[in-house]
Design a protein around this ligand. Structure first.
Ligand code: EPZ
Length: 420
């Protein structure tokens, strides 16, 4: 397995173009199952998870073509509505084919995704929501058996907690359900807005896009469309932190800074200089050194849980203390023991971690446990004295396109090295 080797201590300077968002691309690809017409995407990121989702669509019978950041899907003939365990266990977002398969074909058999490093990740809200649209759901031998004789019927779904994936699955299902559906307490992430925009381009009738109440008038069928994937606010936030943690200056391009305002506002509170454009943002540090600023994760437009680990690495290098609280997942502090091995001073008390800034972080050999924890360790390595080796870099490849290339272009001493 490859590793990432970083030698820290150099301020980064330069430009990074942000890729399309992984967490938009995955539901967008699932939505192609809703029609037999071709859907063409641009700004599609080159990520392991996109390859996995493409393989899942192909085993259902869809034709997938990829050329650079262009990708098209034509799901005309779908002889197989089973999503098998060996693909679903590799990527939880595979559950997003459930709603489209059920809505278009009236049946689907999808492996239960199981938990992952950051939590048990149940899918009960997905299943309850589909039942509210008239689906019959049975669980057996690790699989979800879903059916809807005569098709789904519009209904009201009131989410007890905000769920990105459940909102996406139910929005896609409702697009082809008979009659009106209402999703209350829906997630409002930019990736859901992007999915809703694609569905409307395919002929869906959706009101309330961007709000927490989505009203859908079902249609008989959806048609082909072209769509450009929204920029990845989590990738952008990660590189914004790379600029700040190395006390350098990086301009992020091809991204609307309002997509990650919550992080930028917090970084400004910590003393980072943020210069916002319409499709770019420049991150630098003024004379003052950075100070601790508390963060609490929250569904959008709050501070994103997917930037919690990366922000914590930044707070390890700031003056004073910062309380970081994770409210979305029950086990998203696995980066803490690894950061501590680099000299960080972090104390976890339940859902909160007290981070006290230290003068120096020391490079070390560390282990990545999940996608965002691994990016947090790379960021710490960029600031640390000496060499850091981040193992299990396959986690990074799931969500960051050419990470070491983008950072090396800004002056980082970083490379992918094979494990001895
Ligand atoms: C999406 O996961 C993202 N993944 C995650 O990004 C992100 O962390 C998460 O949303 C929160 O923003 C993709 O978009 C592919 P949820 P998802 O349903 O949809 C509970 C990354 O690093 N819940 O919003 O699985 C759940 O346990 C990944 O890119 C239920 O209880 O997240 C969690 O506590 C990590 N029952 C909370 O809701 C359900 O049926 C939010 O989960 C569904 C969720």
């Amino acid at each position: 397995m490859d590793r990432i080797r970083v030698v820290g201590g150099r301020p980064l300077n330069g430009q990074i173009a942000i890729s399309g968002a992984k967490n938009a691309a995955l539901p967008l690809l699932a939505a192609t199952l809703l029609t037999g017409d071709k859907i063409s995407f641009t700004n599609m990121p080159g990520l392991a998870d996109i390859k996995t989702m493409s393989a899942l669509l192909e085993q259902h019978g869809a034709e997938v073509e990829r050329e650079g950041d262009f990708l098209s899907v034509k799901a005309e003939e779908i002889p197989n509505t089973v999503a098998p365990y060996d693909l679903v266990r590799r990527m939880r977002a595979s559950i997003l084919v459930l709603g489209p398969l059920l809505a278009r074909f009236g049946n689907a058999v999808v492996s239960l995704p199981g938990g992952c490093a950051i939590g048990t990740r149940p899918v009960d809200l997905h299943l309850k929501g589909l039942e509210a649209l008239g689906a019959k759901i049975e669980l057996g031998r690790g699989y979800i058996h879903a059916s809807a004789e005569g098709g789904l019927i519009g209904g009201e779904i009131d989410f007890p907690v905000v769920s990105v994936g459940a909102t996406e699955n139910l929005l896609m299902a409702a697009a082809l359900a008979k009659g009106e559906s209402k999703l209350v307490n829906a997630a409002r992430e930019p990736e859901i807005v992007d999915l809703a925009n694609l569905l409307v381009a395919m002929g869906a009738q959706i009101e309330g896009i961007g709000t927490d109440v989505l009203t859908v008038q079902g249609v008989d069928q959806l048609h082909g469309a072209e769509h450009s994937v929204v920029a990845d606010r989590i990738e952008a936030g990660t590189y914004a932190i790379a600029a700040a943690i190395t006390r350098g200056e990086i301009e992020l391009t091809k991204v609307d800074p309002t997509l990650f305002d919550s992080l930028l506002d917090l970084m400004e509170k910590a003393g980072v200089v943020v210069d916002r454009g319409t499709d770019s943002v420049k991150i630098s540090c003024g004379e003052m050194d950075l100070v601790g600023a508390d963060a609490i994760t929250d569904p959008y437009p709050g501070f994103p849980t997917d930037l919690q680990a990366q922000y914590m690495a930044l707070m390890c290098t700031a003056k004073g203390a910062a309380m970081v609280t994770e409210t979305i997942f029950e086990n998203r502090y696995m980066h803490v023991p690894e950061l501590s091995r680099m000299g960080a001073d972090i104390n976890v008390h339940g859902a909160s971690a007290m981070v006290r800034g230290v003068d120096i972080l020391y490079g070390a050999e560390v282990m990545a446990t999940d996608l965002r924890a691994s990016s947090s360790l790379v960021l710490a390595g960029l600031a640390a004295e000496g060499e850091t080796l981040v193992n299990r870099v396959y986690h990074l490849d799931r969500g960051y396109e050419r990470l070491e290339e983008k950072l090396a272009a800004c002056g980082a001493e970083i490379a992918r090295v094979p494990e001895e």
